[in-house]
Design a protein around this ligand. Structure first.
Ligand SMILES: [Zn+2]
Length: 64
């Protein structure tokens, strides 16, 4: 039986990762997050602007 990957979200930048520490900003990650958004072109994305995202990737919409 394959273990299911647990995805974590960074508390600082909302970046979704499998690591315990955010590979992007070295912030703490948590399992307590909801929703996800793929930012493909952060320079043109209104969501990215609102969330202060400055790189493409997948982000959690809500991190506790
Ligand atoms: Zn981060």
């Amino acid at each position: 039986m394959a273990a299911r990957t647990v995805y974590l979200a960074c508390k600082s930048c909302n970046f979704i990762t499998e690591m315990n520490v955010c590979p992007r900003c070295a912030g703490e990650t948590t399992r307590e997050w909801q929703g996800q958004v793929a930012i493909l072109d952060f320079e043109k994305s209104e969501i990215a602007k609102k969330m202060g995202i400055t790189a493409n990737g997948i982000y959690a919409l809500k991190v506790r």
